[in-house]
Design a protein around this ligand. Structure first.
Ligand code: PLP
Length: 226
């Protein structure tokens, strides 16, 4: 690490260390020997939830000079003028790439492409609804809207309890299978499944395969529970 630090100093380069796992070892003599030079980095990431025994949400990035972050990442477009901070208040928006990333996406892909990607979600949910209706064993609970469709299993005998049980348990079965993920929720006091189709990479074939799979799994569950 000392050699790296020398090199970066000579070449005027930023030295960042991913200490997610190991950095806390600096708190011991053995670790300090192993990680000699770590104190010279410009920035250091560490996961307090690993070797500092904290809950999982706790991640840390240390930067030698706080202003380096805002000097690098701060954007002040017209639409953010209103949320401008006073004085020295720390605003995480200006400390990393998140804001820049949105701006970059619009620059690189263009508004049209993003609009089409959102549009694809509407289309996919409508197609999913049509395919669910076609399959014949699903009741549409809320028709496709905002890229989401909800539905529940409709057993051949129309038994409500059976429908509830199959619909509820199908979520876990689908997850176990691993091909696709649909979440479950409750609507009107009954379990329903929910397909959120807002990934623009989802193809009509993906939807068809998912719905075929759900129909098969649900039919199996019906047989078991009947
Ligand atoms: C755990 C780990 C990461 C990933 O950290 P997350 O907090 O899980 O995103 C990155 N680098 C190293 C060396 C790690 O040990």
């Amino acid at each position: 690490m000392d050699e790296l630090a020398d090199f970066c100093q000579r070449e005027d380069l930023w030295l960042h260390v991913d200490g997610a796992y190991g950095a806390p070892a600096m708190l011991t003599e053995r670790g300090e020997r192993t990680l000699k030079g770590l104190q010279r980095v410009d920035s250091l990431a560490l996961d307090a939830h690993k070797w500092l025994f904290q809950p999982i949400e706790c991640g840390v990035v240390l930067v030698r000079e706080r202003r380096w972050l805002s000097e690098t990442f701060k954007e002040q477009p017209e639409y953010l003028k209103d949320v401008e901070q006073d004085g020295d208040e720390l605003n995480f928006m200006y400390q990393g790439v998140q804001l820049t990333r949105l701006w970059m996406s619009f620059k690189v892909f263009g508004l049209d492409a993003i609009s089409r990607a959102i549009e694809a979600g509407f289309d996919n949910a409508e197609l999913a609804e049509a395919l669910l209706r076609q399959a014949g064993c699903w009741e549409i609970v809320t028709p496709a809207q905002m890229a989401i469709v909800t539905f529940r299993y409709q057993p051949s005998g129309g038994d409500e309890e059976l429908a509830n049980r199959v619909t509820h348990d199908l979520v876990g079965r689908l997850l176990e299978d691993g091909f696709a993920f649909a979440s479950g929720t409750q609507l009107g006091g009954k379990p329903v499944m929910r397909m959120c189709c807002n990934n623009p990479r989802t193809t009509p074939q993906d939807l068809q395969t998912t719905i075929n799979l759900m129909s098969e799994l649900a039919a199996k569950l019906e047989l078991i529970y009947y």
